[in-house]
Structure formats: structure tokens, C-alpha cells
Design a protein around this ligand. Structure first.
Ligand code: CP3
Length: 355
């Protein structure tokens, strides 16, 4: 078992005592940092950056050099899986991700291969092992994937969507086709995440960015069911340590009891739920991650510090909280304000962890 110098992120996820509340930020490696923009320019485009293990490692470590973060997250993207399935991922400037060959029919779904994560996605495993080596045990490394539903939205819509018309048409007119797609994606996600654990990821997170656009019944049928299948298929212990799993459904605050019932270790919360309510509802079962509005980072330093204190007070005494934003940090944030946020979490949380 490799020793970690700072394991408070893993300890909080497992509800073990900590000295202060751990903190990291979704999308902590990204365009708000000038050093990220420089490395990305060196790589060319975004996917070339993901496919170059040395540069992916460099951008993973950049936010850790600036801030006392308690975890690192693999630099990659959730869309690596559909890309490896042959859909042809590309990024159109200002328009986000797109696919050259989206999924339109049952025949398209049947043609999707089962991925070998060490083959088509071997570049991700190289990035994981390189980052783990270069972290030198400073903090744990988080591996991740998209949820089957969220990946399927991009695969069927052909990119980002506002209305989700195509995938909802598939859900309600051809549910068997969508279920086959979700099942195939879930199998590849299981293999992909387990390969990340073997390559060195010490915790896993599943991003369900779009589960919140579904009705409660459809959320269960098309999103949660497949995340549950993934949780059941994951390696939960590696190198003598538990590998905690966090499920994050954006806009999923109304379903946290059902999410907790999957057997995950932690639930990611966006900012539309009161963390005190969330803890009352599920806090004896799982840890909670979140949940400051990322737009708060545009506020004054005083306002950011006040918000951190309010969320810490909402969670209250004891362990089981990993502080984070409720969604990814945006490219227009002032890096100084991110520092104010991170320092405030450590400064104001010690009082909640006294024996
Ligand atoms: O958190 C981290 O620091 C790790 C890296 C990470 C990225 N994407 C890097 C990235 C993670 C965990 C993701 C997840 C991801 N990717 C999600 C789920 C989380 C969420 O935000 O809801 C989604 C939906 C995607 C799909 C995706 N990839 C989008 C919508 C975009 C933005 C496109 C744009 O032009 O703004 C990407 C590209 C992307 N992924 C960037 C980064 C840093 C920006 C690429 C660049 O221009 O440099």
C-alpha cells in the first residue's frame, strides 16, 4: 500500500475523522488558469492534450501548485468513451463537443463495440499512471467517467443539447434501442473505471450531468438504474484501501435517497439543494460533496468567505463532507478568487472537526 501524505479527501468520503474539511474543484484544471491555456496551445487541440500523458499530467498538477487542494482529478473528458467507440469526437470553437457519426438507429447501437480500456483508451491509463507517479503521494487521484445516460445524450444528439429531443424520442418511441445503448455503455464504463483503478486512480466519480432533465420515473429507468449497475461492477478495494465512488447527478437533489441506495460512498450535490437538508435525508448512509454555486467565484472575497462559512455550518459538525463547487469552475473566473475559496474551506472548517 502506497502511503499518502494527505488522505483527508479519502477519509471524508468514508466518514472517517479529518482535521479540516477537504476541498477540490470540478474542472480545476482548465481555461481559467493561464498556465493551462499555455500548455493547451502547446498541445494544439483539447483531445491532443488528453492523449499526451506528459501534458495531461502537467495540467492535472497545475492547480495543485497554486492551491492547497486535497485531491487531483485525472485530466481527460467524459467523451473519450464514445470517441473510442468510433463516433468521431471533435470540438467546434464556441459550440462545445460534437460527433461526426451520432447514433440514430438500432443498427448503429448494435454496431457499437465493447471497448478494451487498455487498447483504444490506453492513452487514458497512461495518463493515470503518469499522474499517480508524479503526484508522489501528495494527494489522492480521482478517476472518472460520464454516466451512461449523460454519454448517450451526446451520442444520440450528436453534441450538446438544450431540449434533448432526439434522445427523448428514442426513450419514448424506441425504449429497447435506448436500453441496449445504455447497457452497452454501462459495460464499457465498468471496464474503463476498473482499468483506471488498476492504473492508479484512488477514488472514482461518475458525472451524470444530464440526469436532471428527466422525470422522476424516467430518471430511475434511464439514468440511475445504469449507475447502479456500474457501482455493482466496480472494484471497491485496491492496494489495501477502499476505492470510494461518488455519484453526481446535476439537478438530482430530489432523488438523493435513491442515489444513496445504489451503494455508492458519496453523492455530489449541485447548489440548488440545501446541504443541511441533504445531510438530514441521507447523511447516515453516504458522504456529501459540494455544493457552492460556481458563479459565487465572481463575488467579492468577503462574499465567497461568507458563503463557505454558511455551507460548512449547514453541513455541521463531523466528517462526511468534501467541499466542492456544485458544478465545474468556469473559464472566466479570476484565479485569485479560487484561492480565496479553497483557503476559506480549510480556515473555517477546523472548528467542525474538534473531538
Ligand atoms: O475536472 C477536471 O479538472 C478534470 C477534467 C474534466 C474535463 N471534462 C476537462 C475538459 C472533466 C471531469 C470533464 C467532464 C465533462 N466533460 C463533463 C461532465 C461534467 C460537467 O461539466 O457536467 C461533460 C458534460 C463534458 C463534455 C465537455 N467536454 C464539454 C461540455 C466541454 C466544454 C466545451 C467548451 O468548449 O467549453 C468539454 C471540453 C473540456 N473538457 C474542457 C476541459 C478543460 C475545455 C477544453 C478546452 O477548450 O481547453
Amino acid at each position: 500500500m502506497s502511503e499518502l501524505k494527505n488522505d483527508r479527501y479519502l477519509r471524508a468520503l468514508l466518514k472517517q475523522p479529518v482535521d479540516v474539511t477537504p476541498v477540490w474543484m470540478m474542472r480545476q484544471a482548465g481555461r481559467y488558469l493561464p498556465e493551462y491555456r499555455a500548455t493547451r496551445a502547446q498541445a494544439g487541440d483539447f483531445m491532443s492534450l488528453c492523449k499526451n500523458a506528459e501534458l495531461a499530467c502537467e495540467v492535472t498538477l497545475q492547480p495543485l501548485r497554486r492551491y492547497p487542494l486535497d485531491a487531483a482529478i485525472l485530466f481527460s473528458d467524459i467523451l473519450t468513451i464514445p470517441d473510442a467507440m468510433g463516433l468521431g469526437l471533435y470540438f467546434e470553437a464556441g459550440e462545445g463537443p460534437k460527433f461526426e457519426r451520432p447514433i440514430n438507429s438500432l443498427a448503429d447501437v448494435q454496431a457499437i463495440p465493447r471497448l478494451d480500456p487498455n487498447d483504444e483508451l490506453g492513452y487514458v491509463m497512461n495518463a493515470v499512471s503518469t499522474i499517480r507517479r508524479e503526484l508522489k503521494g501528495e494527494v489522492p487521484l480521482i478517476g472518472f467517467s460520464g454516466s451512461p445516460w449523460t454519454l448517450a445524450t451526446y451520442m444520440v444528439e450528436g453534441g450538446s443539447s438544450k431540449t434533448f429531443g432526439k434522445i427523448k424520442k428514442m426513450a419514448f418511441a424506441e425504449p429497447k434501442t435506448l436500453h441496449l445503448l445504455l447497457d452497452k455503455v454501462a459495460d464499457s464504463v465498468i471496464d474503463y473505471l476498473n482499468a483506471q483503478v488498476k492504473a492508479g486512480a484512488q477514488s472514482l466519480m461518475i458525472f451524470d450531468s444530464w440526469g436532471g432533465v428527466l422525470s422522476p420515473r424516467d430518471y430511475n429507468e434511464f439514468s440511475l438504474q445504469y449507475m447502479h449497475k456500474i457501482v455493482d461492477g466496480l472494484i471497491r478495494e485496491h492496494d489495501g484501501r477502499r476505492v470510494p465512488v461518488t455519484l453526481f447527478t446535476k439537478n438530482g437533489g430530489q432523488w438523493i435517497e435513491q442515489i444513496a441506495a445504489t451503494g455508492c460512498d458519496a453523492i455530489g450535490l449541485d447548489w440548488t439543494i440545501d446541504i443541511a437538508d441533504a445531510r438530514r435525508r441521507v447523511g447516515d448512509k453516504v458522504a456529501l460533496q459540494g455544493n457552492m454555486d460556481p458563479a459565487m467565484l465572481h463575488g467579492t472575497p468577503e462574499r465567497i468567505r461568507e458563503e463557505v462559512q454558511s455551507i460548512l455550518a449547514g453541513f455541521g459538525q463531523g466528517t462526511g463532507h468534501v467541499f466542492n463547487l456544485g458544478h465545474g469552475i468556469t473559464p472566466d473566473v479570476d484565479p485569485e478568487n479560487a484561492g480565496v475559496f479553497i483557503n476559506a474551506v480549510h480556515e473555517f472548517s477546523a472548528q467542525y472537526h474538534q473531538k
